[in-house]
Design a protein around this ligand. Sequence first.
Ligand code: NAD
Length: 360
Amino acid sequence: MNYKIALIRGDGIGPEVVGEAVKVLNAVGEKFGHTFTYEDVLLGGCATDAVGKSYPDGTAEKCKACDAVLLGAVGGPKWGSDKPAEQRPETALLAIRKDLGLYANLRPAALRPAMADACPLKKETAEKGIDLMMVRELTGGIYFGKRDKYETEDRGLEATDLMAYSEKEIERIGRRAFELARLRRKKVSSVDKANVLETSRLWRSVMHRLAEEYSDVQYEDVLVDNCAMQLVRDPGQFDVVVTENMFGDILSDEASMVTGSIGLLPSASIGDTAPGLYEPIHGSAPDIAGQDKANPIATILSVAMMFRYSFQLPAEADAVEQAVDAVLADGWRTADIAEPGVTPIGTKQMGDLICAKIKG
Ligand code: NAD
């Protein structure tokens, strides 16, 4: 098969980690008989430098003409909050997600076997294993609701942010979660605050309807405060965790931390028709950019997610994940995950070692 992939290399370490991910794509292509063609798409601070805006005209169309999008990272001090919105990299990120209709954000938090020591939780908790998938609603809720700030007569300034969810929005993210659970350990934990919020009560009623339809999947409701606690007490209990935008923003960062390094964690944002967007969860790390120090594994594991969720190529996804685990099990580490006394390797060598394992 031939797949066309849009590459948004971005800023800081973005080009370095995407470079290694492309090597991995080519290694998988060689091994499994696929061809990958690439379309470079300019977005972020580098686009501001080149054409004066971070989200150049035609960006979404270029991406839509591809089967998937791989993004490194964007941003940096050069394009800070003192710049007009159209020059800021964050504006471009929000725009591309919106224009591609990416309403579901998938963030796996898995403790890779060779990295168990990096888990900040108790040894017996880590030993039980952590392998969960956070499914966060990405285009609704309080981040996109009506907001206001106004002067009051007796209380000074007052501000409001409206959280709104429709049944349709809840149902489509819910279905994603149940479908994913069917590919995993068949359990969905739906997180809400139904004891307080009306949006959560609606969320819960839609999820219950879906739970009846997907009766082969085990289902539970979890209050958001309890979920935050359970993620550090016993994260091994979770398989697929589905929640609304703001709760998901916070909980997915918490879930990431229990697995150790930021340099290991991939993510996917998907919609119904447009290509999915795959990216590491980390930023552009300007402090180590251009020094061959960045860990490319999060971006390489994002490629594995692309195989699994956009191309329906589970064997290819397994091959990438197994290659990463094998290289880590052999003791190779980039600086961010190196234990004291271990000499770290660079970005390029890590990519080469993973490619070598894939090719066998
Ligand atoms: P960051 O994730 O870039 O870096 C945090 C720390 O982790 C730094 O010390 C960095 O060196 C380290 N780190 C991150 N990724 C690493 C990797 N792959 N290998 C080794 N070490 C790694 O977060 P930040 O410093 O808060 O943000 C830097 C810039 O990135 C900002 O401009 C921010 O807006 C942007 N950002 C972009 C995205 C994105 O593109 N999706 C996400 C988060 C932050």
